[in-house]
Design a protein around this ligand. Structure first.
Ligand SMILES: [Zn+2]
Length: 186
């Protein structure tokens, strides 16, 4: 199973890498119907699980509806002081998990389930010290998956890694993707 867990939703690079990995491997059912633009991929709730949300969306405190952040910024530009929810006039906040807030239950549950069902878990650019995101590779390894860690610094799971690459995540992923594409003839 191929899956992507984005710990920090603002890392567009990580989403881009996930997308390229999907393209290099046999894509999951439904993937081809998605737009190649990563914004669309990111909001697909079946492929990428953004545990901490992302800044491309704003969410209403009252009714829970989501709105593109660009729309909200546009209203600011039109002179609206504090843009509220167009549906219920509730207060809006960026759709990211703030310090002290609970992670979205469904996203966390599905990410955990996929981690437990995975054959391979690749950790890219994480020190694996922020929970519950750091549980994902633990679930994967405990369920028999191989673990690859690409991170410049040490992590608490280095000993469990089948492959440990202590290097910069962005540079390393670019090289890996080139190699995978070469092998796949893309
Ligand atoms: Zn609302």
């Amino acid at each position: 199973m191929v899956g992507g867990f984005i710990q920090d939703g603002v890392h567009a690079d990580a989403i881009g890498f996930t997308q390229q990995i999907f393209e290099a491997f046999d894509p999951p059912a439904g993937y081809r119907r998605l737009s190649p633009r990563f914004e669309k991929l990111a909001v697909s709730d079946d492929i990428v699980f953004e545990l901490h949300g992302n800044m491309r969306w704003a969410k209403c405190f009252e009714c829970g509806r989501r709105f593109a952040f660009d729309e909200i910024v546009a209203r600011l530009g039109e002179g609206v002081d504090i843009p509220d929810c167009p549906q219920c006039r509730g207060m809006l906040k960026p759709d990211v998990v703030m310090f002290g807030e609970q992670l979205p239950h469904r996203v966390l549950e599905e990410a955990s389930r996929r981690a437990m069902a995975s054959d391979l878990c690749i950790v890219v650019g994480s020190t694996l010290v922020v929970y519950p995101a750091a549980y994902m590779p633990i679930y994967a390894v405990e369920s028999g998956a191989k673990l690859i860690i690409i991170n410049l610094g040490a992590t608490p799971m280095d000993q469990q890694a089948a492959v440990l690459i202590p290097a910069k995540a962005g540079e390393t992923m670019s090289k890996i993707i080139e190699k995978v594409k070469g092998k796949a003839g893309i």
